[in-house]
Design a protein around this ligand. Structure first.
Ligand code: ADP
Length: 220
């Protein structure tokens, strides 16, 4: 049986500044099953980041709703959204998701502790799969771009999320460093995770089961 993990229904998101209104999302629906990798592509300003923020419950749509693993994540009190996100959603955004005053290993450990489910064996296995075992004690400021992207992914996967959301996760990487990151994302999908990646990368589009094209806040 196919298990739908992400249900986004008719999302609308408008930004207003004085007389100006930007319609960032205009009725976007997206359903993603466990094991599926979806690439969201489209020109700059198409609404990709806005969509991902709504899917993560980091932003609320002005219309429509988002459900993750059967639970509504949109339009709920902040604390409830944060708890759902910690348990169900791994988020990897361009701005980075590492806490500067914790080491790489400390970051992975910290997000696990947020859910009260610590699993040191799993921490080791993700760091190993991402080639970060030797960098476990490094501080975020000491990492190269590729290492930081991999460490960000380790954090996003720390709680074995039902849904993994990534905004240009390999934007800073060359093809050689991109490959292991994409391999791990694909493997994670195989572990019953639904994956949504906003990206321009050809390698990401190749990896995806489905490519969703976004333009002017609508799917094509
Ligand atoms: P993409 O990620 O595809 O580049 P975005 O989701 O960042 O697109 O932006 C979609 C549209 O919404 C753009 O026109 C952008 O300028 C606008 N936008 C995004 N965030 C804000 C904001 N916080 N305030 C006002 N406009 C915004």
């Amino acid at each position: 049986m196919d298990l739908v993990i992400l249900e986004a229904e008719e999302l609308y998101r408008f930004y207003r500044a004085g007389e100006e209104e930007t319609r960032a999302l205009r009725g976007v629906s997206l359903h993603v099953q466990a094991g599926e990798v979806i690439a969201v592509s489209g020109p700059s300003g198409a609404g990709k980041s806005t969509l991902l923020a709504c899917l993560a419950g980091l932003d609320d749509p002005d219309g429509g709703m988002v459900r993750v693993d059967g639970q509504r994540i949109s339009h709920r009190p902040e604390a409830e959204k944060a708890a759902l996100r910690a348990r169900l959603v791994g988020v990897l955004f361009q701005s980075g998701n590492l806490i500067e005053h914790l080491t790489v290993g400390g970051n992975v450990d910290f997000v696990q502790r947020l859910t009260g489910r610590r699993d040191v064996a799993w921490q080791r296995s993700i760091l190993d799969a991402l080639g970060l075992t030797k960098r476990e004690r490094a501080w975020p400021s000491q990492l190269s771009g590729g290492e930081a992207a991999r460490a960000g992914l380790a954090v996003a996967l720390a709680n074995r999320p039902a849904l993994l959301l990534a905004d240009e996760p390999t934007g800073e990487l060359d093809e050689q460093t991109e490959a292991p990151v994409l391999r791990l994302i694909r493997e994670q999908a195989g572990e019953h995770t639904a994956v949504v990646i906003a990206s321009h990368s050809r390698a990401v589009r190749r990896l995806a089961d489905r490519v969703v094209e976004l333009k002017d806040g609508r799917t094509l």
